[in-house]
Design a protein around this ligand. Structure first.
Ligand code: DLL
Length: 434
């Protein structure tokens, strides 16, 4: 299903022409209204005439999280506060949060972009949508809310917390769509099962729209089986708007990027150079229609790749693959680069472990050491030492053959890893406390 078919099926040439036109306008707009961009563009000798083709975007300087920090709280806003009607911010574990603002035009654009990804996942005005993202400074709750409302669905703004109550509401109100993080979806399934709910018969859920954290295709399979739904991924980040940047269609084969509102690039995170076609690298995003907060070449630190081939659904917008992780979360274990998501894929492909895990990273000299804590299934021979050892050896071998490294795996009791109601805390990096 399409929300804005003319746009979503534009010939690629027209998409690029539109991007060039909007980028040129946006450079002029930011130059006039944002001191940081005036300074950066002067330094780089950039004006709108520097952009003739889409590749010319590579002439522009990057924007980073530090630019947001240095201009905290409102220094990057391009409009005066009178025009700002909403403020969100990213959680940020250390230091000041990243603050983002929206004009009413921005909120309108945002709702349409969410409506687009929801329609692509098959949500209609007949659906009852349970939103279990936190409503607050986080962009997830309010972002999804207004877009789904625009589709005409009935929204249950449950917000996060109190999982048992959430399940009661999902059941009693007959929710057909669940919106939250993938890790919370699994937790909801777990608590529902334990509370004696027969998910297939007692619940009416049919679609999940999950995002805000990395999750593997194996995890998707688990969620789909456990909740008896189709689970669709969507991606975004506060700095460029929030959710709505990209989302999956029925093919579940990459998230279509709203290329009429953003330019997406992939760069080599070390050199900053544009990656080759189909290559993995860091996603860099330029906004084309944001009024309150235009951002040029924002370095997301998320590692993914972009596929431009036409999708079977008919959309021409390029797709991004599920991000495999963040550059900040990449481990170098004995010289091998590893992302936590690769460890997740191996764990989830094994019978006997539950989908709850944590990776603890420490340093021994110059080397990173990773220990994976994973919960055994309740019925996994917890007292039988020999069988347990055999099982651990099997996981270790599996990890070694698929990642080429040794990680030590610890089986822990069911329920001993903390469940999250928002983004799961998968990585405990002890190196950062040194
Ligand atoms: O997480 C926006 C969002 C809300 C997206 C709801 C989707 C649904 P932030 O809190 O600023 O914004 O965090 C952004 O989360 O840079 C990624 O590292 C990660 N992330 C978001 N979506 C995905 C996804 C929201 N689908 C950061 N897959 C991003 C993998 C994701 N990582």
């Amino acid at each position: 299903m399409f929300w804005s078919k003319d746009r979503e099926t534009m010939p690629r040439k027209d998409i690029e022409n539109l991007q060039v036109e909007l980028l040129r306008e946006n450079i002029e707009y930011a130059y006039k209204n944002v001191p940081l961009y005036k300074k950066k563009f002067d330094e780089y000798g950039i004006d709108k005439n520097s952009i003739k083709t889409i590749e010319d975007i590579q002439k522009l300087p990057f924007t980073t999280k530090d630019d947001f920090r240095d201009n905290y709280p409102f220094g990057l806003f391009a409009t005066d506060m009178k025009k700002i009607v909403r403020i969100h911010s990213s959680s940020g574990t250390t230091g000041k949060p990243t603050v983002v603002g929206y004009t009413s035009k921005d909120l309108d654009t945002w709702s349409n972009l969410i409506a687009r990804i929801a329609a692509a996942a098959g949500v209609t005005d007949e659906d009852i949508v349970h939103i279990a993202f936190g409503y607050g400074l986080f962009t997830g709750g309010f972002g999804l809310h207004y877009g789904l409302e625009r589709i005409g669905a009935a929204i249950v703004p449950a917000s996060s917390g109190n999982t048992k109550r959430q399940i009661m509401l999902i059941k009693d109100y007959g929710a057909t769509v669940l919106v939250c993080t993938p890790s919370y979806a699994l937790h909801i399934a777990e608590v529902a099962r334990e509370s004696g709910i027969d998910i297939k018969n007692d619940l009416k859920l049919r679609i999940g729209m999950f995002g805000a954290e990395p999750w593997s295709n194996q995890m998707r399979k688990k969620i789909e089986e456990e909740l008896n739904i189709k689970a669709y991924d969507n991606y975004g980040l506060s700095e460029i708007m929030g959710p709505g940047f990209s989302g999956e269609c029925k093919q579940q084969d990459g998230m279509h990027i709203a290329e009429d509102n953003f330019i997406a690039e992939i760069i080599n995170p070390e050199t900053g150079k544009t990656a080759k076609k189909d290559e993995y690298g860091e996603l860099v995003i330029t906004t084309l229609t944001k009024e309150a907060l235009p951002v040029f070449r924002y370095r997301t630190r998320d590692i993914t790749r972009i596929i431009k081939e036409k999708c079977a659904c008919g959309r021409t917008f390029a797709r991004m693959e599920k991000p495999i992780g963040r550059t900040d979360d990449m481990l170098i274990i004995r010289g091998v680069n590893v992302f936590p998501s690769q460890i997740e894929e191996v764990l989830f492909s094994m019978d006997g472990v539950s989908p709850h895990y944590q990776i603890i990273i420490d340093k021994a000299g110059a080397l990173d050491i990773a220990t994976v804590k994973v919960e055994a299934n309740a019925n996994l021979f917890f007292d039988e030492m020999k069988k347990q050892k055999e099982f651990l050896d099997k996981i270790n071998n599996e990890l070694k053959s698929s990642l080429g490294i040794d990680v030590s795996v610890k089986l822990v009791e069911p329920h001993s890893i903390e469940r999250s109601e928002g983004k799961a805390k998968r990585i405990i990096d002890k190196r950062k406390f040194e």
